[in-house]
Design a protein around this ligand. Sequence first.
Ligand code: 5AD
Ligand code: SF4
Length: 452
Amino acid sequence: MSQPPAKAPRTAPQTFHVKSFGCQMNVYDGERMAEMLSARGLTPAAEGLDADLVVLNTCHIRERAVDKVYSDIGRLRREDGTRPMIAVAGCVAQAEGAEISRRASSVDIVVGPQAYHRLPGLIDDALAGRDAVDTDMPVHSKFDALPGRARRASPSAFLTVQEGCDKFCTYCVVPYTRGAEVSRPWAAILDEARALVDAGAREITLLGQNVNAWTGEDEAGRPQGFDGLIRALDRLPDLARIRYTTSHPNDMTQGLIDAHAEVASLMPFLHLPVQSGSDRVLKAMNRSHSRESYLRIVERVRAARPDIALSGDFIVGFPGETEAEFEETLALVRATRYAQAYSFKYSARPGTPAADMPGQIAPEVMDERLQRLQAAINADQHAFNEATVGKRMQILLERRGRHPGQLIGKSPWLQSVHIETPDARIGDMVEVDIVSAGPNSLAGVVAAARAA
Ligand code: 5AD
Ligand code: SF4
């Protein structure tokens, strides 16, 4: 028997909980929403059911991500029959809009990724019983309306510099949910980076759906590309590490490749999605690069920075993908030797061109291809990790591990490194000797401590 609907809250929320799904930009957006709510006097709650307001910051990229949101909404019900106020933010909010509250009646607020600075007003609307759906893509950037960054940042912080996508890969919802490519202004980015460093960040990861498509003008009005932005950030004192994600092969300029050779704080890591190793599939995906042109970019990047760790994204089972075409993807993986990579089963997204293409692939075929692809990627990842054993490297300590005295940090190549160290603190950059490697992480010993 189904339960009666949980009782909706009637008073202004005092506490909040933000849960972000999906990509790093959602994590960033979630932090900004949390900062905005804190600036309004709300306090964070550790668990959704303890909070007066829960923000589900959603992802629409694959079907399973969407299903997770609805199951989370269903769970937000307390034993006494009440529930928190529920706001659905992020890309599902953008794609489904008011449809969400029809499907899940306990949703009070729907707010898209370009409108979340208006969340406080939407809370008032919801309390007053007014329609609280905002999926506008306003002309004025949300960034101008958000409060400054919080006074404490984690050692490794995210900073959105570019949003949206004009590439329209035929499988992808991002151009519809995040809108057209927009670059944030130079000064706004540098100001935010300075604030993050002042708040304790030692590493900044620049975020964008096509981060390397960033363009702008510097303070003197000179046109600058993404590499110019990186070089300016490199000049910030106390910023030890710069990373960026996600980049598109077609926006890998020579300037950016050169920056990998020349900018010391730019970490030797490149996430460069290719999606498929088959030219026919790449064309059907509207990727606008070929297998060969991708491999040539990889070659040039490796020539500039021989130790660079490469990462990628792959989709198996794109409509019409044959066994032979899938094997071209496997061969590309073997040729490239990724340090890590993400692979996904194709998921038909409503409204995208590929969803209506003939030759949709059976789930069991996709499962089987995914397993083979992941086995190939895992083998390379393990080999990459093994090759670091015996090396000494700088590790930025980011968080506590499970055991007392254990800290977890990141290598320059984005590997997680577990260290037993009672003396060091989170935020320290320490010299570490790598003593062992697993498939997903390394273990190390602080070099100074070992010498002592
Ligand atoms: N199905 C499966 N994977 C997808 N991605 C994007 N859209 C889809 C889809 N419809 C993957 C791509 C992209 C990553 C962020 O998600 O590999 O690079
Ligand atoms: Fe999606 Fe392609 Fe744009 Fe990446 S480049 S966000 S995969 S449309």
